[in-house]
Design a binder for this molecule. Structure first.
Ligand code: SF4
Length: 365
């Protein structure tokens, strides 16, 4: 299987792991920013190949996990309206709001539809002129260009019944927030390759320099991740702190410039709340004035909805790398993927789900 099998070669993985063991002289804490990388690490046992001195800290890069509870509650309020068709990617349907989730709204008669592209939601709006069609626009820089494109297409087509509930978040401000935290332990980052395939990595050198932390752009296959760790450890051991691209088959320094132009056309930076973490300045996008007519929050008057996290869930600490999922007292009982108490157990990229699904009950990391 071209481009996959080469990056899953067990012999090369063992060689890389041996090299990491050889070069490691002391304890290092490395954060993989993206939940997709967390799942690859746990699924492939990469953490168990590493010397005990290397701690992998799971980062906040799971779009479903960091979407704030009050945004979920706003989605639930909008989706329950009889005049609305609410469109979302499937993984948002089970994320618990304050009282229930989008599946419950659907089972109670709400028109909630799973789509595979925001452009599907635009098509639904075109086909249903007497309904309001709302798309749940969440995620990092990876999903944002397609969402921006959907808004542009809806505007070009003159659709008055399409809007988007926007809750986009950005990686570089999250890295800053983690490094500025008094309890931070992270010394190096594996940057998320798919985010960098859109944004490039021109934003990262000032961060690596400011926080004296190596940042290695890393893919998602086992060898990608081991190579990312190898390069991060090599820098840490040498006292270096710069940005390396270990994912050149998908990422360039400049990134996808047409996509970046599309984002800049539709969105502008704004402060955003991250679920379990709180507000991070300039860490998200909102629609620019020229596209504000497509803002579902304003259209449906849900801006005032406020919500409080259940105190039992420690997902904020998990997302900031302060604890491992199995250190949460609720992990496995009562919190499981079938009975999730927090988004990190619901999401296919959530760290709690990774530990549960791959049977990591006994290892505290
Ligand atoms: S195990 Fe469940 S309750 Fe604990 S942090 Fe994870 S999602 Fe929250």
């Amino acid at each position: 299987m071209k481009y996959l099998a080469e990056f899953r070669n067990g012999e090369i993985a063992q060689r890389l792991a041996a090299e990491i063991r050889r070069m490691t002289t002391r304890r290092w804490a490395i954060m993989e920013v993206c939940g997709g990388q967390t799942h690859a690490i746990i699924r492939n046992g990469i953490d168990q190949l590493l010397p005990p001195e290397i701690e992998l800290i799971h980062g906040p890069g799971c779009p479903v996990c960091v979407t704030p509870l009050e945004v979920i509650d706003k989605a639930l309020a909008i989706a329950a309206r009889p005049d609305v068709i609410f469109c979302s990617f499937g993984d948002m349907l089970r994320v618990p709001g304050s009282r229930h989730d989008l599946f419950r709204v659907k089972s109670e008669g709400g028109d909630v539809r799973v789509v595979y592209s925001p452009l599907d939601a635009v098509a639904i709006a075109r086909d249903n002129p007497h309904k309001q069609v709302v798309f749940f626009g969440i995620g990092f820089e990876t999903t944002a260009p397609a969402n921006a494109m959907a808004v542009v297409v809806a505007k070009r087509q003159g659709l008055k019944n399409f809007s988007m509930l926007v809750s986009h978040v950005l990686v570089p401000p999250a890295i800053e927030a983690i490094m500025n935290s008094p309890s931070n332990r992270v010394q190096a980052f594996l940057a998320a390759g798919h985010v960098c395939s859109v944004m490039g990595y021109w934003q990262y050198p000032p961060l690596a320099e400011k926080y004296r932390a190596p940042i290695v752009v890393t893919g998602f296959e086992p060898l990608d991740i081991l190579e990312g760790i190898r390069r991060a450890v090599r820098q840490l051991e040498a006292g270096a702190a710069y940005v390396e691209n270990a994912y050149p088959r998908a990422v360039t320094f400049e990134g996808n410039q047409p996509a970046q132009r599309m984002l800049a056309e539709v969105f502008e930076p704004t402060d955003r709340a991250w679920r379990g973490i709180g507000v991070i300045p300039n860490s998200g996008w909102r629609l620019r004035d020229a596209y504000r007519a497509f803002d579902a929050e304003a259209r449906f008057d849900v801006a005032d909805i406020r919500a409080q996290e259940p105190p039992i869930c420690r997902s904020g600490d998990v997302l900031q790398g302060k604890i491992k999922p199995i250190e949460c007292p609720a992990f496995g009982n009562p919190c499981t993927p079938r009975t999730p108490l927090g988004a990190t157990m619901v999401s296919s990229e959530g760290a709690c789900a990774a530990y549960y699904n791959y049977g990591r009950f006994a290892r505290a990391g």
